[in-house]
Design a protein around this ligand. Structure first.
Ligand code: PAZ
Length: 312
């Protein structure tokens, strides 16, 4: 973890320097996926946090569409922008291919026929859209991918990235914290070295509280940044009060509240002044509209206002 830090710092510094030099370019840090909490130093077992990475990966694409440069700090092997359209789904990526250029290949060619690989025409037009966007992001160096696994690694990288962004970008930096970060962990000093053995029966462990990182982020690491945190709840009655509590405690700009079972089609924007729901209509849900296509343009507007306040 520590030995990868210089490489992460170098990549982030290079990325931020490049984009801070472009007039008007805004940069967003998107965090995505769930952190793990290792129970052993040689980790066989760990506690995981719920998140497939859909929110983060989808949001990153809409930020890129809006002209942002994106640092995508994600859990290793969770969903990623662009490839998410073809991974983790019920299809294997090979289901998008044919050897004869026609959909629904009926006859398997023999290797002697030297078959070629083609994209199945059924998927071609959707794939071209995704491919062009992916290539643009790559060619123009607009997307920096960094991965983490443990909560310790996540916090270490988050700290470094925020400090660099805070220093070089000021108000042009946005922080979109969608990762599901563990609230509890096992400190190194109390972690056993080897695999915990089951012969002693039931396992009792005390987990310590993970330090609250939003406070230093808002106060010290990136005090001029536009900071959006997510709040996941399962009890609807807690969503708004807990989001407001978070704003009161940490003093950032916005909390986006969501419930586990409805998070794909409804979220709540909570500020110190107000809270309002953003919900996809049943028709939009049927048509496969992604709620991030509504969330991100709204954030882009709010971020522009935030930058505008400094200029006035
Ligand atoms: O990655 P996903 O789409 O499956 O889930 C997204 C989410 C629910 C983890 C995210 O929207 C979120 O609420 N993140 C913050 C979780 C928390 O309260 O720590």
């Amino acid at each position: 973890m520590w030995n990868q830090l210089p490489e992460v710092q170098a990549k982030v510094s290079e990325f931020i320097s490049r984009h801070s030099a472009v007039e008007g370019r805004r940069v967003v840090l998107v965090t995505s996926g769930g952190t793990t909490v290792p129970l052993e130093a040689n980790t066989v077992r760990f506690v995981d946090n719920f998140s497939a990475g859909t929110r983060g990966a989808t949001s990153a694409e809409y930020f890129l569409d809006a002209g942002y440069a994106v640092i995508f700090l994600h859990r290793q092997y969770s969903l990623q922008p662009y490839s998410r359209h073809y991974s983790h789904s019920k299809n294997c990526f090979l289901d998008y291919m044919t050897t004869n250029g026609q959909s629904g290949e009926a006859k398997l060619p023999s290797p002697e026929q030297s078959p070629k690989v083609h994209v199945d025409p059924e998927y071609e037009s959707a794939m071209i859209d995704v491919l062009l966007k992916y290539r643009k992001a790559k060619d123009q160096h607009l997307l920096l991918m960094l991965d983490y696994t443990t909560v310790q690694q996540y916090l270490l990288y988050l700290h470094q990235i925020c400090k660099i962004m805070g220093t070089l970008l000021g108000r042009r930096g946005m922080f979109y914290l969608a990762a599901a970060v563990s609230d509890f962990f096992v400190p190194k000093a109390r972690m056993v070295e080897h695999k915990i053995q089951s012969r002693e029966g039931a396992l009792t462990m005390v987990l310590e509280q993970v330090p609250k990182f939003l406070k230093p982020l808002v106060k010290d690491w990136a005090p001029s940044g536009y900071i959006v945190s997510f709040k996941l709840e399962t009890d609807p009655a807690l969503l708004v009060p807990k989001s407001q509590q978070s704003l009161d405690r940490y003093g950032h700009q916005l909390v986006i509240g969501n419930l586990l079972n409805t998070r794909k089609w409804t979220v709540t924007f909570v500020t110190r002044e107000s809270h309002n729901n953003v919900t996809l209509t049943p028709a939009e849900q049927r048509d496969g509209v992604e709620i991030e296509s509504v969330i991100i343009p709204e954030l882009v507007k709010r971020h522009a206002d935030w930058i505008g306040v400094e200029k006035r």
